[in-house]
Design a binder for this molecule. Structure first.
Ligand code: NDP
Length: 454
């Protein structure tokens, strides 16, 4: 491949791009990665990592209240300092940016600062410099989408700005009913803000198991979040001290900030892709085959810009598969089935496999095992919060095809069980497993009676 300046030129140093670059370099490829904004992409800078730090911060108020009420602690006045939290968070992100840079440098990948555009099947321009590469990877991620039909949408912030607000918003309006909307509703509420969340449909978190969606709605309302379904703002205007949203039913709600969390769009524009013949879908997602190859054979795409499953670990997996396919003589197609996920809401959700509805469609006869209960930790408090654990079992094969949970550390618990679900283990094998007592997770191996089927 010496006829080209590089074997592999990667556009975007986010999770997927960095992983693919480093692995390709470890296989002996000559690799460069161009990044115009920040090392580590959305996940590290304005996504998973800072979000989880804010989730931790927001959980302490409830924990301290429970410690005080039920566990014998006396705690003085609680005081929350948002600027201090943001400063600490920013320091950690800067540290991680450095770690990413070191990882690239250490693996022999050349990093180039600046915006890269594709000029041909094997050509990329960065500023006035043009280089050639045997393979080009587009791993440019996605950006927040604001619905243009909402008048005054420019007064809304997105999650990007939410991570850098100078002042803590005491009243927050959240628009949307996906991951980001429920996570930020929980974050701001946990920190003491009044939160009103608006979702356009009858039940949020479309695509998740219905029991989980309803359970979380009840829990959020129980905690004091003003959660409104079938409700969207039609107009947003600035008023003294914040914003006012006029809703579809004509009512109004005011907040210090309005967070728009209505999905994300692939960053595929302005990269020269159309000019070289890379096909995209309406909305901008790059069309790829099972090996992440675009309609131009030397150009590949992974991560959010392909809009397959927009999760960091999926982008990493796609990057690993691509590097193996191109530079390790080992073609690997990424697998997008049985991908576990967590929503870091309060309480958090964890899920892997099929929802009950999907399983009924696919298998016909399924058995549902479900338990809703008060966790041991809550028994010394007046907290009404409940956990939900649910197994979806294909009756014919006895395989557990879906596992869903709402409750403390759902992400940690479901990560473990995801191995079992992915391995195709049966309900009988779950039952043979000795529980760890007392835990929440033991419920998944002690559910004995199905709750019925259709
Ligand atoms: P999602 O796609 O999850 O949710 C978008 C929400 O906005 C949906 O409720 C959607 O409603 C609603 N919506 C879309 N368009 C409009 C509109 N014009 N007016 C009103 N509402 C609208 O996107 P997010 O922004 O929450 O997150 C982006 C992606 O990032 C997620 O899909 C996920 O893959 C990833 N992510 C993962 C996290 C995790 O793993 N914990 C955390 C955060 C993000 P409807 O359902 O009716 O279409």
């Amino acid at each position: 491949m010496a006829e080209y300046d590089y074997d592999f030129f990667v556009i975007g140093a986010g999770s997927g791009g960095v992983r693919a670059s480093r692995l390709a370099a470890s296989f002996g490829a000559r690799v460069a990665v161009a990044e115009e904004r920040f090392m580590g992409g959305t996940c590290v800078n304005v996504g998973c990592i800072p979000k989880k730090l804010l989730v931790y911060a927001s959980a302490f108020r409830e924990e301290v209240a429970e410690a005080q009420e039920g566990y014998g602690w006396t705690v003085g006045n609680l005081d929350f300092d948002w600027p201090r939290l943001i400063e600490n968070k920013n320091k950690e992100i800067a540290r991680l940016n450095g770690v990413y840079q070191k990882l690239l440098d250490g693996s022999g990948v050349e990093s180039i600062e600046g915006r890269a555009t594709v000029k041909g099947p094997h050509e990329v321009a960065i500023g006035s410099r043009t280089v050639s590469a045997a393979h080009i990877l587009v791993a440019t991620g996605s950006q927040a989408f604001r619905p243009p039909e909402i008048e005054g949408i420019e007064h809304a912030i997105t999650s990007d700005e939410a991570f850098y607000l100078e002042k803590f918003p005491r009243r927050v309006i959240v628009v949307g009913g996906g991951y980001i909307a429920v996570e930020f509703a929980g974050i701001f509420h946990g920190m003491g803000a009044d939160v009103c969340q608006l979702y356009r449909g009858p039940m949020f978190l479309r695509g998740f198991d219905d029991d989980l969606r309803e359970h979380l709605a009840g829990e959020m309302r129980g905690r004091g979040i003003d959660l409104r379904f079938d409700s969207v703002p039609t107009r947003i205007e600035e008023v003294a001290g914040g914003v006012r949203a006029t809703l579809s039913d004509g009512s109004r709600v005011e907040g210090d900030a309005l967070l728009c969390a209505t999905g994300r769009l692939p960053n595929s524009g302005g990269l020269g892709l159309e000019e070289v013949g890379v096909a995209t879908k309406p909305g901008g997602a790059i069309v790829v085959d099972e090996y992440s190859k675009t309609s131009v054979p030397s150009i590949h795409a992974i991560g959010d810009v392909t809009d397959r499953i927009n999760l960091t670990p999926v982008a990493l997996h796609e990057g690993i598969c691509l590097a193996n396919t191109l530079f390790n003589d080992r073609p690997m197609a990424p697998c997008h089935e049985t991908v576990p996920a967590a929503v870091f809401s309060q309480p958090p959700l964890g899920t892997v496999g099929l929802t009950e509805t999907e399983a009924r469609e696919k298998y016909g006869e399924v058995d549902i095992y479900r338990s809703t209960f008060r966790a041991l930790k809550q028994t010394l408090t007046s907290s009404e919060t409940r956990c939900l654990m649910k197994l979806v079992v294909d009756r014919a094969s006895d395989r557990v095809v879906g596992l869903h949970m709402a409750g403390h550390e759902a992400g940690e618990i479901v990560q473990g069980f995801a191995v079992a679900v992915r391995a195709g283990l049966s309900k009988a094998q779950f039952d043979q497993t000795i529980p760890i007592h007392p835990t929440l997770a033991e419920e998944f191996v002690t559910l004995r009676e199905p709750v019925g089927d259709s």
